[in-house]
Write a protein that binds this ligand. Structure first.
Ligand code: HEC
Ligand code: CU
Length: 378
């Protein structure tokens, strides 16, 4: 499967026209939209091509008449401009013909739009949550129900900062892909935790905004197995370009196997909230939680970004009473980029707080236990 993202986003009318002339569209569809892997994305693609031909025909017709008129009735041949206005016949013609052309275009466009909006009778329902800057997937209904994970960019920092050559799927690769079975109707419920994001996979014909406080839906049924890549398509802050979407469409058997593996992984990872942890254990676990959830703003060295993201190294809150810090991480701080992290487990929050209280220059020597987080949850 070739990469689509640049194509999907970068396609302009000029590009599409070029590919129409290029003839072998399949070989050179760099310039065109992706035909995609669903019926909807195929009809979006066809729709686009039909419109291009109609536009080209109108362009050619109008341009031919104008060119002919300019040439055949030029002043040097002694032609004089006609002086008339309000010609009912002409006005009728130029109203009726465009009306029929518009009808001709509206019919397939409306059919496609209606099929895009139809998310009835899904086989599998997945809630997609946009976070600054990653995606959360919760399988709500259908085979795989209960599976839940976070999907974050996996492109190494060295590639991003130019210290290593860029890989094949630069900025469109993730640690955990959304895996779905081929030929099944997948309903996506989108929402967001902080700001507006948009879940966009051109080859699946889905682009759906994810709004905080609202749930929207979309659906797709992939006809072909493969890996389909997209990106967040709603400017959502500093790392907007770093929260790609990767969907892996697999056979029914592979999907069943994937579900089994996820179930086992989740069972193994389920932490006993009453377990008493050692400080070193918590810190090690917390470092991972920090890298996944906090590092983008507060930075690896805990210094944050001056004037934008508070420093945790030397912070009064991080070195003060732990209740206040727990409350902040659980509840976030209204009106700032510091969002609530209540979606993390008690153990994860305990670990990340312990990590921040015992890293860089912070030396409280205190471990925060999962039970303390649980007690403070409302
Ligand atoms: C999207 C950016 C962002 C992310 C991600 C983020 N924070 Fe924050 N955080 C902020 C901002 C901004 C503030 C300052 C809020 C204010 O104005 O008081 C802050 C403040 C804090 C403070 C208080 C610091 C002080 O002295 O005021 C703590 C503690 C903290 N964050 C912990 C965390 C932890 C733990 C995580 C990860 C689980 C995290 N933050 C993730 C943006 C972020
Ligand atoms: Cu986003």
């Amino acid at each position: 499967m070739t990469r689509t993202v640049a194509r999907g986003i970068g396609c302009g009318i000029g590009g599409a026209a070029l590919s129409v002339f290029a003839g072998s569209a399949a070989a050179d569809y760099q310039w065109n939209l992706a035909p995609g892997a669903t019926r909807v994305s195929q009809s979006v693609y066809d729709l686009h091509n039909i419109m291009m031909w109609i536009i080209l025909a109108i362009f050619a017709g109008v341009f031919a008449v104008v060119s002919y008129s300019v040439y055949a009735h030029r002043k040097s041949k002694g032609h004089r401009a006609a002086q008339f206005h309000e010609n009912t016949t002409v006005e009728m013609i130029w109203t009726v013909i465009p009306f029929f052309i518009l009808m001709l275009m509206a019919w397939p466009a409306t059919t496609t739009l209606l099929s895009m909006r139809d998310s009835s009778n899904p086989d599998i329902t997945v809630k997609v949550t946009g976070y600054q800057w990653k995606w959360g997937y919760d399988y709500l209904k259908g085979e795989g129900e209960g599976i839940s994970f976070i999907s974050a960019l996996s492109t190494p920092h060295d590639q991003i900062y130019g210290k290593a050559p860029k890989g094949e799927n630069y900025l469109v690769e993730v640690d955990n892909r959304l895996v779905v079975p081929v030929g099944k109707k997948i309903r996506i419920l989108t929402t967001a935790n902080d700001v507006i994001h948009s879940w966009y996979v051109p080859e699946l014909g889905v682009k759906q905004d994810a709004n905080p406080g609202f749930v929207r839906d979309a659906s797709f049924r992939a006809d072909r197995e493969g890996v389909y890549r997209g990106q967040c398509a709603e400017l959502c802050g500093k790392d907007h370009g770093f929260m790609p979407v990767v969907v892996e469409v697999v056979s029914a058997e592979k999907y069943a196997a994937w579900v089994a593996v996820q179930r086992a992984r989740m069972a193994a990872a389920a932490d006993d909230p009453n377990k008493k942890w050692e400080l070193a254990e918590l810190k090690a676990r917390g470092e991972k939680v920090y890298a996944q959830n906090c590092l983008a703003c507060h930075q690896a060295n805990g210094q944050g970004v001056k004037g934008v993201f508070a420093a945790l190294d030397g912070s009064k809150i991080v070195n003060g009473p732990k209740e206040a810090q727990i409350a902040l991480v659980l509840g976030g701080k209204a009106g700032t980029a510091m969002a609530s992290f209540k979606q993390l487990s008690d153990t994860e929050i305990a670990a990340v707080i312990t990590y921040t209280r015992n890293s860089w220059g912070n030396k409280t020597g205190e471990a925060v236990q999962p039970a303390e987080i649980k007690a403070q949850r409302k």
